[in-house]
Design a protein around this ligand. Structure first.
Ligand code: FCB
Length: 453
């Protein structure tokens, strides 16, 4: 029989969402347009031309959703704030109705004994700012500080956990490089100033958070995969290095005071992404970005094998697992729990953050409700269970992991995939907006109750 897995006493069990993916009400009560509104309203950008116009209608149904969280015994809820809902022009005059919405949400959570974790930016840039250059220009980073000031003055008495940005590398590379995400620009030369201005705005925002929200903790969330060369050849190992450099170290290194990694700078020069070098870095910026933080949030989903194209490469020796739902989620991303132990150990022992949260982890499976309304999503439960064992191993190795947030509380709008990918532990019927607790949610409820399994 398997040993019992019990987590540290104060370990926080949560679930996560993001504003654009669940709220809907995209143009209600004075909300301004975001880059994701513009992008999804452009035909051909999103699978099935789905949009977040209605999504989970959470803007209207938030009370019910808090009720479901309570039913699960959730201890923490990570959500993001829609910047253009509060500042329709990105700066200037605030929209009181937007402020009221989030204020009531926070009060509702606290009344249900659920700790709010607020992400300030989960990708929905005000379109008005995008029209002026978006994250390519430094003034957007300045506006982000104004927005942070507004949010933390309004909610900072009650919210004590703040995340400045979610996955800045995805915004830089997919929003402005590959163009798969909003605003859909396709030029890697733009990704470089974008990455820098996102990091800079993080550095400027952290002291504002601490000033306006006494005794609060602030950090940033980075995405991290478990990058593995597919053979021991130089080409594969170097590709894994590049991949990790671009997606993780380019962001983590400056945050921890190491500046931009020189090997990755060299990679970018080679791909002609830095025609004028690092000219967007101004005096003092690197110091600003290295502002001390209280924690780091990591989003971990999968392993990534690096296989280089060289003709004379060595034979591949590391292979993906069998193509069955136990090992592969529907994204399709590999279910690879050992990678979670790996990234936790790596980040802690390399960068020494004071503490860590897994701010996202979860699996896409589209198992629907049966005729009784039960959702038998065994593969999701298996994914979660194996990742919880992996977290426990990292904790035993000395990693100060303080909590875990499932992605996601609800099925929701999965960016370029539209509604085709379901990550929720709660099924959402998009026609009726009815919610059904999946079996994984019921299992998670017990884990929370026992602080283990
Ligand atoms: C992450 C995003 C989150 C969700 C998951 C599946 O990259 O932060 O919004 O889409 O992937």
């Amino acid at each position: 029989m398997a040993n019992k897995i019990i987590f540290p006493k104060d370990f926080l069990w949560g679930a996560a969402t993001a504003s654009y993916q669940i709220e809907g009400a995209w143009n209600k009560h004075g909300k301004g347009e975001s880059t994701w509104d513009r992008f999804t309203h452009t035909p051909g950008k999103i699978r099935n031309n789905d949009t977040g116009d209605v999504a989970d209608d959470h803007y209207r149904l938030w009370k019910k959703d808090i009720g479901l969280m309570k039913k699960l015994g959730l201890q923490a809820y990570r959500f993001s704030i829609s910047w253009p809902r509060l500042l329709p022009n990105g700066r200037g005059k605030p929209n009181q109705k937007g402020l009221d919405f989030y204020s009531r949400l926070v009060d509702g959570l606290l009344a249900a004994d659920i700790t709010p974790f607020v992400t300030l930016f989960h990708w929905d840039t005000p379109q008005k700012l995008e029209d002026e250059g978006g994250w390519i220009v430094r003034s957007t980073a300045e506006s982000f500080v104004e927005y942070t000031d507004l949010v933390t003055r309004t909610l900072g008495d009650r919210v004590k956990n703040w995340i400045t940005h979610n996955e800045p590398s995805v915004v830089a590379w997919m929003g402005y490089g590959s163009g798969v995400h909003a605003p859909g620009l396709m030029d890697y030369k733009l990704s470089m100033p974008v990455a820098h201005h996102l990091l800079l705005s993080h550095g400027w925002a952290v002291p504002v958070i601490h000033r306006n929200s006494p005794n609060s903790e602030a950090g940033i969330t980075l995405n991290i995969g478990w990058k593995v060369p597919a053979s021991n050849s130089f080409a594969d190992i170097d590709l894994a290095r590049q991949d990790d450099g671009r997606w993780f170290r380019w962001f983590a290194d400056p945050i921890y005071g190491r500046g931009y990694p020189s090997d990755v700078t060299e990679d970018f020069r080679k791909m002609a992404a830095l025609p004028n070098g690092l000219d967007f870095v101004k005096d003092g910026d690197m110091k600003t970005i290295a502002v001390p933080t209280d924690f780091i949030g990591l989003n971990y989903y999968s392993r990534n094998l690096s296989r280089a194209g060289e003709k004379d490469n060595d034979p591949q020796t590391i292979f993906p697992q069998p193509q069955t739902p136990e090992y592969w989620t529907e994204m399709p991303w590999e279910n690879y729990p050992d990678g979670l132990t790996g990234v936790l150990g790596r980040v802690y022992f390399n960068y020494n953050p004071l503490k860590l949260y897994i701010t996202e982890n979860g699996a896409s499976y589209s198992t629907p409700p049966d005729e009784k309304g039960n959702v038998l999503d065994v593969h999701r439960t298996n994914y979660l269970r194996t990742h919880f064992v992996a977290m426990q191993r990292a904790i035993q190795a000395g990693v100060p992991l303080a909590g875990y947030f499932i992605w996601s509380l609800l099925d929701n709008f999965e960016w370029s995939h539209g509604y085709s990918q379901r990550f929720g532990i709660i099924w959402v019927d998009y026609k009726t907006q009815k919610r059904y607790l999946k079996d994984s949610a019921k299992w998670y409820k017990n884990v929370i109750k026992k602080n283990g399994f």
